[in-house]
Design a protein around this ligand. Structure first.
Ligand code: IMP
Length: 182
């Protein structure tokens, strides 16, 4: 059932489930015999992370980082570190898990920041890519879906901390955020 604030379901529960399983298989092949640290960017990537790791067949080590640049539906362009990792990543294989890449500012900042800590390798996995919105070029190693430039919620993605628990990814009706931004 579609929530009344959603104009269109972009990706169904089944489409996401199948794609996440395939991503998991690919990542498992690439990291066999390795012990990477998966860094989940809070909070949007936690639903994706929790499904993805159940398709990984190597020993999984998790850590979390929190960054912020968004106010409502707009990126402020200034990325801030809100909460840092607990583990050291020196000499480790690192895989960043992110919900969505839009302008690329958040992931560029994160990659630059983590590279200063001398990991052995660093790759990026995103569920969603709004390719046409890129302001900073960034190499994405694993992509779930390329999507159009529409504000999406569900499956971990929020608007003002809401809608993260929707089991699908949907386009939020602009009337919902315009009502609040006025
Ligand atoms: P970027 O820095 O512009 O690439 O944006 C990345 C971050 O913006 C993601 O981690 C999300 O938190 C947020 N974001 C970008 N687009 C959307 C969207 O359509 N829905 C929800 N969050 C989004």
């Amino acid at each position: 059932m579609k929530h009344s604030d959603i104009s269109e379901i972009l990706l169904t529960k089944t489409e996401i489930k199948n794609r996440v399983a395939r991503l998991g298989e690919k990542i498992s092949q690439d990291y066999k015999d390795k012990k990477p640290i998966l860094i989940s960017v809070l909070k949007g990537s936690v639903v994706f992370l929790s499904d993805l790791i159940r398709h990984l067949n190597f020993p999984v080590i998790l850590d979390f980082i929190s960054l912020s640049s968004y106010t409502s539906t707009q990126s402020s362009g200034v990325v801030r570190l809100i909460m840092d990792l607990r583990e050291s990543i020196v000499g480790k294989d690192v895989l960043i898990i992110e919900d969505i890449v839009d302008t690329g500012l958040t992931l560029s900042y994160l990659k630059r920041n983590l590279m200063t800590r001398n990991p052995k390798s660093l790759k990026i996995c995103v569920l969603l890519d709004k390719k046409e919105c890129r302001k900073k070029p960034i190499k994405i190693d694993y992509t779930g879906f390329v999507i159009p430039n529409k504000f999406c919620v569900g499956y971990g993605l929020d608007w003002n901390q809401l809608y993260r628990n929707l089991p699908y990814i949907g386009i939020l009706k602009p009337s919902v955020y315009r009502r609040r931004e006025r």
